[in-house]
Design a protein around this ligand. Sequence first.
Ligand code: ATP
Ligand code: MG
Length: 471
Amino acid sequence: MAIRELDKIPTKALMARITAELEGLIVTDADGRYIYVNHRWSSLTGYTLDQVKGRYVRDIVRNSRVDEVLKSQKFVSGDAVLLNICTNEEVPVYCSYTPLFHDGEIEGCFVYMIPKSEHTSMTIPPNVVTLMEALNQQLLMVQSHSTAVNPLDHIIGTSPEILKMKHEIVCAARSSSTVYIEGETGSGKELVAHAIHELSPRQNHRLVKVNCAAIPLELLESEFFGYVDGAFTGARRSGQVGKFEIANGGSLFLDEISQMPLTLQPKLLRVLQEREIERIGSSTIIPIDTRIISATNVPLEQLVQKCKFRSDLYYRLNVIRIRIPPLRERREDIPMLIDHLIKKLNFQLNLQIPGITPEAVKRLMEYDWPGNVRELQNVLERAMNLAWFEMLEWKYFSDYFNHPMYPISESPAVPAILPESSTLRRRTGAAERDILIQTLQECQGNKALAARKLGISRTILYRKLHIYDLI
Ligand SMILES: Nc1ncnc2c1ncn2[C@@H]1O[C@H](COP(=O)(O)OP(=O)(O)OP(=O)(O)O)[C@@H](O)[C@H]1O
Ligand SMILES: [Mg+2]
């Protein structure tokens, strides 16, 4: 059956068909967290979907290569792995890992396994490959529709700035005009773009994302407009559909629009004016009804002044402008965000951190958060791993703010930041890294043994290996 026909099969049914074809099977998100495991995997391991959903695979399965596959975005086949099961025993299995893509972005990983004794061949049957490709195309939809809540509920905050922004999102969703989102890094631009699309009448069509900074300049034009067979050397024989067409009826999210090359800007302007495209190598005009949502953390006005961005395109993009206030301009949202993020991370990391002390909240509110909500989330995740099951006290955060690698607040209200402690932190960090390397060598890479020797849990060991880039 062709993928296009499979497109019409509901995702659940697709999942069921793939499940029926294979043995143990899991699907992760782009961060390597479980979003799906099949019954056979549950029977094999003793873990149910509810027990693992949202947790990192690396915290459950030793030697899992999910993180590596998400990073390299390359298929790995027939890898021998010891699968930890809930009784602490290890079952030898063969694993195959397939990166899942959506519109060119890594969306997750598809892993299936076969008990080692039963099979030797790891070739995925062609019918399953077709099913998997169809699943790739639907995965994003599953994730975005799995929680039927108001998309505005994902945006945490009750400050006047956030309430104003939520109102602007609702107004933008009602219209079909072009939206321009401006906000510092980690402030929630992607979250806002999703909310606009999901609240709009276009919600049943695709929201297609193009990161203008991530695609090589020479490929950007074909990414946008597609091409026909023989359009240029190296072009696929079947041609390619461009993102504007894929997003027809839906929305096209142009992330990091400031990186749009000057040579391509007139072409984008033309599409916005004429509402039609031509694939490269073709003179057939294709009408398109795609709503453009663009985002940037570099204000385009500045680039226009420096002649790095066309003013006519800027005015076309900037019809509805939404500015996301940086976190330091809405510090009153920080306690609420902290509560929300602790709950979210407790679930994802399978921790039970009971909360945070008022002193720690107070001090976190004093920091300027140049990396905004993303930085806050990372800092909390780090502290939660240090605190393990305890209440989050300031002591679990202080080393972050003392670490020379991290941006340090100018705020005089955080006095613990001293150059001496930065040096100390760097030296203790280097010593810890050396100890980890040495212990792993002594244990011949056996992480369970290394964790035991170091007197820490395997989860903490994995976290540390990640922090020090040893995995
Ligand atoms: N108001 C908010 N409420 C809850 N979570 C938020 C909020 N703002 C941002 N986040 C979370 O912070 C992280 C970063 O958000 P997002 O990716 O949307 O930022 P961004 O502005 O697109 O960042 P970048 O400039 O790096 O692309 C995400 O995990 C997002 O869910
Ligand atoms: Mg973003």
